[in-house]
Ligand binder design. Structure first.
Ligand SMILES: [Zn+2]
Length: 355
């Protein structure tokens, strides 16, 4: 584990770990392939012995120790290379749900990049069936509700945008669990406005808009995401802190930021956790949600991100329950689902504090 995680476990936060571990939660910003833990990668690597990814858990732990960001990308792509068949897709999705359930995540919007799979020759119908089959099994067996966000890998250009919009809006393909449309990848050199026609199509088809913005570029990218792509939530939005008018707008419109603290350090979007703008966000009244992004790849999980947030914001149990309820409010669950999960959070918190 790295320095910032040690820092997160120091002091009074330590007493909150058990509370966080049992707290019912919603996760709104977590990537499908980026959630492949060493255990899952080992299973996938065993299915494809010709890959260079080790299967032995100890060797894998070394493999997952990144020397720098370029190394992280290299490892990430080697994991992408292990997803070759619909059965691989199903295994990954189902096992990711198991790990979310272990952390008491009741509801997750998982960001999936179908273009990475269909481009590699996985049949699109079989891909949709695999994720849907895993979704239904996870709900029955683990009690975790999964929903999908299909995202455009920005670095792959407009061809990938066209393909992602087609897969998300074609009635014969679109999976039942799909609720939103996103945009990931690098921001520098990939202006958001060029993706407007694809977001327009997705929104017209009833999908919510949740692009990444303002992670590695300035607040103008967040304005572009709002004005050009109709963003209803912002992935990261870290640089919003530099624009008071933007913070006011986000707060007034209840547009949530999907904050992923450890990811921001790992990718150097923020230099140190103590400099993370999460405090400015909450001070400005912005709806802050806590998320994990690519958890095993950044040596974290959602529970750890809540512990980090507790330390940065000086939160107690009630404060943590408030963060968990922010995610419920900002989710795309229906009203009944939101009420159920918010009530469960309140009941858990009350009984914890009474004990
Ligand atoms: Zn992300």
């Amino acid at each position: 584990m790295t320095d910032h995680l040690d820092a997160a476990t120091a002091g009074p936060v330590r007493d909150l770990h058990a509370f966080i571990a049992g707290l019912p939660k919603a996760e709104l910003h977590v990537h499908h392939v980026g959630s492949a833990s060493p255990r899952i990668v080992s299973e996938l690597a065993a299915r494809h012995p010709d890959s260079k990814v080790p299967t032995d858990p100890e060797a894998l732990a070394d493999y997952f120790t990144f020397t720098d960001f370029a190394h992280f990308i290299e490892v990430y792509l080697s994991v992408v290379d292990l997803i070759r068949t619909p059965e691989d897709v199903r295994l990954l999705t189902y096992e990711v749900a198991r790990e979310l359930a272990r952390q008491q995540v009741r509801y997750a919007e998982l960001t999936i990049t179908p273009f990475s799979s269909t481009r590699r020759g996985i049949d699109e119908r079989a891909f949709m069936d695999a994720i849907e089959d895993a979704r239904k099994a996870a709900e029955t067996e683990f009690g975790t509700v999964l929903r999908w966000c299909f995202d455009i890998p920005g670095e792959a250009g407009l061809e990938s945008a066209e393909e992602t919009a087609r897969l998300a809006t074609d009635d014969r393909l679109r999976p039942e669990g799909l609720v939103s449309f996103g945009l990931g990848g690098p921001e520098i050199g990939v202006p958001r406005p060029q993706f407007k026609p694809y977001f327009d199509r997705a929104i017209a088809a009833g999908l919510h808009s949740v692009p990444h913005a303002g992670e590695t570029t300035g607040p103008e990218t967040v304005w572009d995401a709002l004005n050009e792509l109709g963003a209803e939530r912002i992935g990261h939005g870290t640089s919003s802190a530099r624009d008071p008018e933007l913070l006011r707008h986000l707060a007034e419109q209840r547009i949530a930021l999907e904050v992923c603290p450890t990811s921001n350090i790992a990718t150097r979007a923020v230099t140190t956790l103590d400099e993370h703008p999460i405090k400015e966000f909450t001070r400005a009244g912005v709806l802050v949600t806590i998320n994990s992004d690519d958890p095993p790849m950044f040596g974290t999980d959602l529970n750890n991100e809540y512990a980090v947030a507790a330390r940065l914001l000086g939160l107690d149990e009630q404060g943590l329950a408030g963060l968990a309820k922010n995610a419920v409010e900002a989710s795309f669950m229906d009203a009944a689902g939101k009420k159920r999960l918010a009530d469960e959070i309140d009941t858990y918190t009350a009984s914890w504090l009474a004990s």
